[in-house]
Design a protein around this ligand. Structure first.
Ligand SMILES: [Fe+2]
Length: 318
């Protein structure tokens, strides 16, 4: 089922779109199996023992390997991003059709058994600025363990450094409110876009062993100020829901991985979409119409052409 005008308008206006039931739940279950199967034998995390799922990861089981990362409350498997099942799940015909309706152009195709995110690049080892080089599949399967008695923390948004055009986060298991679901800051895309120098990329300071003080993304002062304002004046939308639900989000939409105050693991698959033209678009000046390279369908859809009822379903509080 393709997106309708109301959905496209909502995405354009707010920088995100929740689409319940967009993924095959049998494939979600298969991916959950793959995640557990990839844990080292004898791990203290036991699938059938919920008490063992509470973070942090035991110190003798942490892994700083960027492809199989486990530390603190994060358990990330980027190798699964190039697994056939994961690619079938998150780059399904249905999801690609919706993504294409938004970004237009020719979608880049994921490569089964290709190079996973985090395999190489100037930021590895030692991250965490930009684990994107060589990414041929999805980002991977990202779990957030329950925080247990960890103290509550405020929300803080960011944007991602690596170039793409459209992000998607899909729940592969049910996730309750306050259960670590992805959070998005509505309308942040329109506020942040003009604070960048480049449309889909950003300048970086490289890392040198003998000059170790700084590496990573160079943000404009306007960007940092706007992110501060968003944290103050905008209520994040929490993308909780059921296995199979997805959220699409614009590259410049401010977001965060939610804190998990529930007793269960937050289980999600993350992926990016971009078109064959991204390599040209990414270095262009961020001035002008931010939608000029998106689909004609999106460009011809009016802002705010959605009902109050629809906004409520999208959890937008205005
Ligand atoms: Fe992010």
């Amino acid at each position: 089922m393709p997106l309708n005008n109301e959905q496209i308008s909502f995405f354009r206006t707010n920088g995100y779109l929740l689409v319940p039931g967009a993924m095959d739940i049998d494939l979600c279950a298969k991916v959950r199996d793959l995640m557990w199967a990839a844990l080292p034998a004898g791990s203290a995390l036991k699938r059938e023992d919920a008490a063992s799922h509470v973070g942090p990861i035991p110190t003798d089981e942490t892994s700083q390997d960027s492809v199989f990362f486990r530390d603190g409350y994060r358990w990330l498997n980027r190798q699964l991003g190039v697994d056939q099942t994961v690619i079938d799940l998150i780059y399904s015909k249905r999801i690609c059709t919706m993504a294409h309706q938004l970004v237009g152009g020719t979608l880049r195709q994921a490569v089964v058994n290709g190079t996973p995110m985090g395999s190489r690049g100037p930021v590895w080892p030692g991250g965490p600025t930009d684990p994107a080089q060589g990414t041929e599949g999805a980002r991977g399967v990202y779990y957030t363990l329950p925080y247990g008695d960890k103290e509550r923390e405020p929300d803080a948004c960011h944007t991602d450094g690596h170039p793409f055009q459209l992000g998607v986060v899909g729940l592969i298991e049910d996730c309750p409110v306050d259960g670590g679901a992805f959070k998005v800051w509505p309308r942040s895309h329109e506020r942040l876009y003009p604070t960048y120098k480049l449309r889909y990329d950003q300048p970086r300071i490289p890392y040198y062993d003998h000059l170790p003080t700084y590496k990573g993304i160079v943000h404009t002062e306007e960007y940092s100020a706007e992110v501060g304002s968003l944290n103050e004046d905008t209520k994040a939308v929490e993308c909780y829901g059921n296995a199979g639900d997805v959220v699409f989000w614009h590259h410049r939409t401010a977001h965060m991985a939610g804190h998990n105050y529930s007793p269960q693991i937050r289980q999600a698959v993350l992926a990016d979409f971009w078109t064959d033209d991204l390599d040209v678009f990414r270095t262009q000046d961020a001035g002008g119409d931010m939608w000029r390279d998106w689909s004609p369908e999106l460009q011809n859809t009016a802002d705010r052409a959605y009902s109050e009822e629809f906004a409520k379903v999208q959890r937008l509080s205005v």
